[in-house]
Write a protein that binds this ligand. Structure first.
Ligand code: NAI
Ligand code: 15L
Length: 274
């Protein structure tokens, strides 16, 4: 596949979408933007719901690839998750198939496997203790369940239609880690852009699932499938560790919200406000 130039960025008004709008153009992409909310400072952005199949078809027409970030990014009622994340992602894949788009990069989440026990050894753990991509789906919320669906939908569209996807099980992509858990799952925005660029350009990905994080000293999961795409993370959350551990203490494996990959999503998930 020739390197994509024009990329549809869904969820462009969101936190990650805003970070990627800032970082991805330096890799040479021309971004077409879409969100249900207006995108500040971007009058040409398509304001559309993932339920609007006509608008989606028009938005994907002529793009080389799609970076699909739009959707409910926290826990919500099953009905809302069904509409935005499950049906919405299906509508986007259908539009991509109908318009002949060859590659999607799908924002999956660690919460697709959130009920997986985290490695309990003292950090850093050895490679044999890292959670592999092939670990079974163990969603911690309806939100996580929708990401399991998205990964399976991507597999179906590859097997049935030859539409390629890289599903990125993102950890926590924010400017800085703000919790001791995030020391293990954090992806710096710059590493996020590196990973999305690798996912957009690697050859012959079929459907590949990767974890999305920086090269954290306290990493919990196996980055080898991401590295195989050409991703070389540059950042490590450890520079924030002393301060966060002094404030919050080390994780306690006897606490349910500390024992699983999904952290507090397992016990008390943050709820989508709209
Ligand atoms: P966000 O909530 O800030 O952004 C999501 C965007 O999607 C919002 O701008 C929202 O208006 C838009 N959206 C929601 N429903 C829509 C619909 N029906 N049609 C069109 N647009 C819709 O979330 P964030 O943090 O930017 O995350 C982006 C994606 O990455 C999400 O899919 C999220 O699940 C995933 N993710 C993010 C992580 C992170 O650390 N930021 C971690 C794991 C996954
Ligand atoms: C996610 O999937 C959420 O979208 C994001 O807001 C963070 O909460 C992240 O997971 C996390 O696990 O920290």
């Amino acid at each position: 596949m020739p390197a994509p130039r024009t990329v549809l960025l869904t969820g462009a008004a969101g936190g990650l979408g805003t970070l990627m709008r800032g970082l991805l153009p330096a890799y040479g992409y021309e971004l077409r933007l879409l969100d249900i909310a207006p995108v500040e400072g971007e009058p040409d952005a398509v304001v559309a719901d993932l339920a609007d199949t006509e608008a989606l078809r028009e938005a994907v027409r002529g793009v080389d690839a799609i970076l699909h970030l739009a959707g409910i990014s926290l826990e919500s009622s099953f009905d809302k998750i069904l509409k935005a994340n499950i049906q919405g992602t299906y509508h986007l894949y259908e539009a991509a198939r109908e318009e002949g788009v060859r590659r999607v990069v799908f924002a999956s989440s660690n919460h697709a496997v959130g009920f997986t026990p985290r490695p309990l050894q003292d950090a850093p753990v050895g490679p044999e203790a890292l959670i592999p991509v092939a670990t079974p789906h163990r969603p911690d919320t309806f939100y996580g369940l929708s990401k399991c669906f998205g990964e399976d939908l991507a597999q179906l569209y590859w097997d049935q239609h030859g539409l390629e996807t890289v599903s990125v099980r993102i950890g926590s992509c924010f400017e800085e880690p703000t919790s001791v858990r995030m020391l293990s799952v954090w992806m710096s925005p710059a590493d996020g852009a590196r990973l999305f660029h690798a996912a957009l350009t690697a050859e012959n990905v079929g459907h590949t699932i990767v974890y999305g994080s920086s090269a954290n000293t306290r990493l919990w999961w196996d980055l080898s499938t991401a590295r195989a795409l050409g991703y070389t993370p540059q950042d490590d959350s450890e520079e924030y560790a002393a301060e966060l551990v002094a404030e919050q203490g080390e994780l306690d494996p006897d606490r349910r919200d500390h024992a699983f990959l999904g952290g507090h999503f397992v016990t008390d998930p943050p709820v989508w406000p709209r």
